[in-house]
Design a protein around this ligand. Structure first.
Ligand code: PA5
Length: 357
């Protein structure tokens, strides 16, 4: 039995620690994140010549690395490496900027890779809200982006991604256009007024997306670049907020393998919903790929839904498309009577691993 997403009292009961509020406050979070970047002391890193940038992080924190890598890909002149794991690749070392991102500041893979970077004499930037990383940054005097605590990492994406992205501009690695930032912020402000709990389902695309997913198994399709990062993000949000299994893939890679896999088990896949990001400004070849592929798969799934991509700049497109999926995943939890916040399996595993320290 599904809940009514317009029942504000029920929403409040199901979400006592405010995951939906964190989403509704995304615009304010981005504004505060801008101030964190503006006031950060990056003097130690200023005027360094970086050979490359490695961004370390897992899960909700690691997503900031994915989105930054795709956002800067068209202009950055040095390699950007995303490290999601215990070990740094051998080529990351002296002369590289290593950015360790961990919301809690306690994620063991991130700390392990950071320690390797310190051992190799890389330039270090830390972003966290507390924990071991904060202690390390204070003791060792590393440049730090201190972000507010008290949220779930996935609900703190504005704090996690924006200061690092803006710091890369300050450090001369990229040149962010002020007007792109303004466009993105204006669009998020407008979307926040539409996606928030008070807007009824009939006029709220985020609630509508959650209702469409309902008890269907979602598959997310993106395209290489930002929509790859966003597809993975949406899959993780549906997993963690919605407590729902979900898988993802990318055009054009999926055209070389996955499409064939839809040929069997249509009795099972008929309860799947396919969610695709569609950028109206995509290359014509990509548009055709998507068109043809969705046509091939249509009869194997219950429904195909498109996430509309709005805005002109890459930043505005990325943030607004991500926002719709993020908040829809919270509504999915509320629709199905689940508290979006707890991530019991993640925490119990971390506790088991901590016993080995
Ligand atoms: O959403 C979550 O809780 C996880 O994906 C965490 O972000 C992940 O386990 C890493 O923790 P942290 O973000 O604190 O480094």
């Amino acid at each position: 039995m599904m809940n009514n997403l317009d029942d504000l009292k029920k929403i409040q009961e199901l979400d006592p620690t405010g995951m939906l509020k964190a989403e509704e406050d995304f615009y304010e979070q981005l504004i505060e994140a801008q101030n964190i970047a503006k006031n950060a002391d990056l003097l130690k890193l200023n005027s360094c010549e970086f050979k490359g940038v490695a961004i370390l992080g897992m899960g909700g924190s690691g997503f900031s690395a994915d989105i930054i890598k795709t956002l800067v890909a068209d202009e950055i002149k040095v390699p950007v490496e995303v490290v999601k794991g215990y070990d740094l690749p051998a080529f990351v070392g002296k002369g590289w900027l290593v950015v360790a991102v961990s919301y809690s500041g306690n994620t063991e893979e991130t700390i392990s890779a950071l320690n390797q970077a310190i051992g190799r004499d890389a330039y270090i930037l830390i972003e966290c809200s507390g924990g071991k990383l904060k202690d390390l940054a204070e003791k060792s005097g590393y440049s730090t982006l201190n972000i507010p605590s008290g949220l779930q990492p996935r609900g703190a994406i504005g704090y996690l991604f924006f200061p690092v992205y803006l710091a890369m501009d300050t450090l001369g690695l990229i040149d962010i256009d002020e007007s792109d930032v303004k466009e993105a912020l204006d669009l998020i402000k407008e979307k926040a007024s539409i996606y928030n709990r008070k807007t009824l389902t009939t006029a709220n695309p985020a609630k509508q997306l959650a209702v469409k997913i309902g008890d269907r198994l979602p598959i997310i399709y993106g395209t290489e670049g930002i929509y790859s990062a966003l597809s993975y993000r949406l899959k993780c949000e549906i997993n963690e907020n919605g407590k729902t299994p979900c898988w993802w893939n990318n055009f054009s890679e999926l055209n070389h393998n996955e499409t064939v896999g839809w040929e069997r088990l249509s009795g099972i896949t008929s309860s799947f919903i396919l969610i695709a990001f569609r950028d109206p400004e995509a290359h014509q070849k990509m548009k055709t790929r998507i068109e043809v592929t969705l046509g091939q798969i249509k009869s194997n799934v219950a429904e195909i839904v498109e996430i509309p991509v709005e805005g002109h700049s890459k930043l505005a497109k990325a943030l607004s498309a991500m926002y719709l999926g993020d908040i829809a995943s919270v509504y999915l939890a509320l629709l199905t009577g689940v508290d979006p916040t707890p991530v019991v399996k993640i925490e119990s595993l971390k506790a088991e691993l901590a016993k080995l320290d």
